[in-house]
Design a protein around this ligand. Structure first.
Ligand SMILES: [Ca+2]
Ligand SMILES: [Ca+2]
Length: 219
C-alpha cells in the first residue's frame, strides 16, 4: 500500500502525459500506478500460490497450469479508465482451439468481475495437413494461426520441449477498461485441458514477466 502511494507521488510529476485528440478536442492523462517485472523478487499486491521463477534469463511469475493470480490495488486516485499491460509467456504444448483430450487451451483475465480477455493460445506446428488454430488476438472462438500476435515465437519450451526452439511464445497484452472505483481487482487464470498427461504443468503452462497498470482520465 505504502509502495503504491510512494510510486504514485513519485510518478505524479513525471507521468502526466497529456495527449490531445486533434479531431475530438478530448484530452487524456495517464498515470502509472503499478509496475512489476519481478526482478526485485517481490510480489507486491499479487496473491498467488506460485512464486517468482526464471525463464529465458527473466524473472517471471509462475508457472501456472489450471491456476491463477490476483492483483489487488487500493486507494486509487480519481480516474475513469484503466490500462492493463501484461507480458505473457505461453510455454510448451498449448493446443489452441483443439477439442477433445488436449483442448481447448484458454487464458482469461477478469477486471472486477468482468471478463476482459477470454481467448486461446496454440504453440502447434501449422502445415496444410495439420494446424491447431488459436483465438488470440481476439476473444471468443476465432481461427488464427498458432502464435498470431506473438512478439517472440522462437524461444525454447520450458519443460516438455525445453531443448527445442519454437515452444514458448511471448505476447504483450494491453487492455483499456472503463473503471472508476478506488479499488481495482484483476484476476488472470487459465482453463487448460490435457486429460492424459501425467505431468500437466510440464506439458503446458504460462508465466508473466511484467504487469503494469495505469490510470487514465479521458475528458
Ligand atoms: Ca498439450
Ligand atoms: Ca492442452
Amino acid at each position: 500500500m505504502n509502495y503504491i502511494r510512494t510510486l504514485f507521488k513519485s510518478l505524479l510529476i513525471i507521468s502526466h502525459l497529456p495527449l490531445l485528440y486533434s479531431c475530438q478536442n478530448e484530452s487524456m492523462e495517464e498515470l502509472v500506478i503499478y509496475s512489476n517485472d519481478f526482478s526485485t523478487n517481490e510480489l507486491r499486491n499479487i496473491i498467488s500460490k506460485e512464486g517468482i521463477q526464471e525463464f529465458n534469463g527473466e524473472a517471471v511469475l509462475g508457472f501456472f497450469n489450471n491456476d491463477s493470480f490476483d492483483l489487488n490495488l487500493f486507494d486509487l486516485p480519481s480516474h475513469n479508465m484503466v490500462r492493463i499491460n501484461i507480458d505473457l509467456y505461453i510455454h510448451d504444448s498449448w493446443e489452441g482451439n483443439s477439442r477433445g483430450e488436449n483442448g481447448p487451451d484458454v487464458w482469461k483475465m477478469l477486471v472486477e468481475d468482468e471478463l476482459i480477455v477470454s481467448t486461446s493460445f496454440s504453440n502447434s506446428i501449422c502445415e496444410p495437413s495439420f494446424c491447431l488454430y488459436q483465438s488470440y488476438p481476439e476473444n471468443g472462438l476465432r481461427q488464427f494461426e498458432p502464435k498470431t500476435g506473438a512478439i517472440i515465437s522462437d524461444l525454447p519450451g520450458r519443460c516438455l520441449y525445453k531443448d527445442e526452439n519454437g515452444w514458448t511464445s511471448k505476447y504483450k497484452i494491453s487492455k483499456i477498461v472503463p473503471h472508476h472505483n478506488s479499488t481495482l481487482i484483476i484476476k488472470c487464470f487459465d482453463e487448460l485441458i490435457q486429460l492424459n498427461e501425467s505431468d500437466p504443468k510440464c506439458d503446458e503452462s504460462w508465466s508473466v514477466s511484467k504487469i503494469e497498470v495505469s490510470l487514465l482520465n479521458i475528458r
